[in-house]
Ligand binder design. Sequence first.
Ligand SMILES: *[C@@H]1O[C@H](CO)[C@@H](O)[C@H](O)[C@H]1NC(C)=O
Ligand SMILES: *[C@@H]1O[C@H](CO)[C@@H](O)[C@H](O)[C@H]1NC(C)=O
Ligand SMILES: *[C@@H]1O[C@H](CO)[C@@H](O)[C@H](O)[C@H]1NC(C)=O
Length: 751
Amino acid sequence: MKLSLVFLAIVGLALAAAQVLEPTRQVKYADKSFLEKQKFLLEIVYRIENPLLFEEYIKYAHDFHFDKADYTQYDHPMELFERAHKAGYLLSRGEFFGAMVKSHIYQAWGLFNYFYYAKDFDTFMRVASWARMHVSEGMFVYALHLAVIHRDDFEGPMLPTINEILPHHFFNSKLIIEAKKFDYDMWNKLAMLNKEYSGYLDANDNSKMSTKDWKPWQWWKLLGLSTQWFKMETYPLRKDVTFMSMLKDTHMFYMPTDYTRNIEYYNEHTKLSYFTEDVELNAYWYYANIDYAYFLNSTKYGFAQERRGEYWAYNLQTMLARYQWERLSQELGETPEYSGKDTYEQGYNPHLIGYNGINFGYRQNDFDYKRYSNFGQFSIFVSYYRRVTMELEQGHVTTNNGTLIDLRQPEAIEVMANLLEGNADLFDSRFDTFSRVFSHTYFANADIDAQHLAPHIFVNFETMLRDPFTYSYYKRFYQVISKFSSYLKPYTREELLLPGVKIDTVEISELATYFDLTDFDVSTLLSDKMIFVDGQFVWDKSLMARQQRLNHQPFTFDYTIESDKPQKVVIRAFLGPKFDQSRRTLSLAENRENFIEIDEFIYQLDAGKNTIQRNSQQLYWTIGERATYTELYKSVMMAIEGKQQFALNATQPHSGFPNRLLLPQGWEKGFPMQFFFFVAPYTGTHEHFPSYDYTSYTSGIGSGKRYIDEMPLGYPFDRPIEEEVFFVPNMLMKDVKVYHREGLEKFLNLQ
Ligand SMILES: *[C@@H]1O[C@H](CO)[C@@H](O)[C@H](O)[C@H]1NC(C)=O
Ligand SMILES: *[C@@H]1O[C@H](CO)[C@@H](O)[C@H](O)[C@H]1NC(C)=O
Ligand SMILES: *[C@@H]1O[C@H](CO)[C@@H](O)[C@H](O)[C@H]1NC(C)=O
């Protein structure tokens, strides 16, 4: 078997060159207090839809009382939360939670504040255990994530990934239900019977698989497997020694699963489900939106220096650009923009089932919103949107103390983006803060003030990217940002030129994508008996959802840069498409918003010729694989038992784009794209980048040092381009092709 899984979290990557200025990586090991926190986090979210079964935590929950003295601050959202609890209005267990639902978010905010202001870790554990038992599963998970990202004493410990905590929001209902039904004793019994009747039970199934119905992605059928739970030993994907020895006493099972394309072909967009339903893409969007959650005031929660508005706008642009690459590569053309009219052509059925057992809502093709939603409410947002665009066209906005903010200045991006996102940093209460966010409820068929909602993908960040409508709707918001940037003055030649520096060449090795198989940990769905020995939970079984995902071969960039003197610079690399939907080559001026900055690093140039190598795993925009829930739990327990140390550099930042999805699927004959490289002087103020521990789960949020320098995000593509002056010797454009390698033979060769 040639399948190899690149497990980057474990593989340490050598630095390309000593001159890349990054902090020295000293391995630190977890101490007792770290391990205690880490163990708590892993256990409190385990089997979230089942009642809490850890007796220690039940005791904490039992001892919990609302007492102002336990918190460093006691504010209004906390008061409201306590009142709602006393009156019996809290969103309780079994209720679907939406992070963009008005009545839900005020409660989640209160709960988060209890977590955030808890005076010590003991208090935190008490209130968290109580919440685990009493509030909606979704709300608990959301508030807990926020707390782990924002509380100072959580620098380091991490939660399992969101898809491991709430697999319901990531995998088809078939997988979820099969996992809920899984019973180890029954499985053993069947295996025994099957053996006795020499494979009769399995064979019976396989004989029904007719080759004519096979789809290219149904690798399990090619292998003669149906969708059921298989013992991992029969087809392991990972065979590294540490992994195997850590899990030798664990019964591991996997089940093949796929995207909605495997269930029904709803419309041509279904073709993209391998991308829009990619587990890590959706997890990425969850994390991208949780750091600076829209209802948090950046001054109050300590991230005022971090350009939250600009970061939001930038994420919006990259998300739309990345989606557009995939559409072009599948020849689906440009992302249609939602016109605000009543109907939307492409329906979507997510085939998801909520943790409360209720199916997610779906939308037919040519769905008429006016007929099915309370469209009148949508007008609140429409008038808000109109007002924002009007202010943009006028070129200024007036705050309520009479200050005029000039929207033709590049710095105004922060105000512009805050206005458009509708976040808590809006200076002006005249505006309907959050109205954009709450517009999601209209499209989720719910009333704006409703508390009880049927599950819908459009009110949570981790599910919204599945639906084509999201991109069309968000494209509309992006038009405003785009217009804002179109009013800015282009950079002049003097601003862009770095005298004495020239990029001679950048050699890029072959860019090739393929589909690989991955096991996603869904052990949390187990619902059989939990075994405790001396009060200690024994993790003896794991379930994995085995899914095909887009990946690419590692590649390298070899830069040759000349400099007339030693100097510190920032090197940026961008990737973008070459053509539009009609295969017309686009000018850089037309195309700049389809580019994504994939790499950025500080480098100390020598006088003369410099050669620098970067590889695709080092890129600043992306993160590699994370350790699975099972592994994390096992390594923490081994560290607690003193069998091995828990290295703190084993964690991955929670935010970052999945490295696997760096390239669009591409074409067998090569999908044309282009790189853009840019060397600029280093103007930042921090000594090192990143100055926080770069493997830290919290990625430096709240440190004020998230970015490499003070340049706008996406610089120099953040302003219109005048091609006559734009191209300077310290830039380089390079055409490339992305090849797609068919993965099928690999599976055929297995047998
Ligand atoms: C952690 O540090 C050790 C020692 O430098 C190294 O061997 C290991 O690969 C590192 N792990 C990661 C994930 O960087
Ligand atoms: C008015 O509000 C703006 C934005 O919040 C602030 O920067 C400015 O200092 C305020 N000016 C006065 C005179 O209070
Ligand atoms: C954010 O919080 C700060 C400090 O508590 C406060 O001064 C400011 O008015 C708040 N901003 C908004 C928009 O409410």
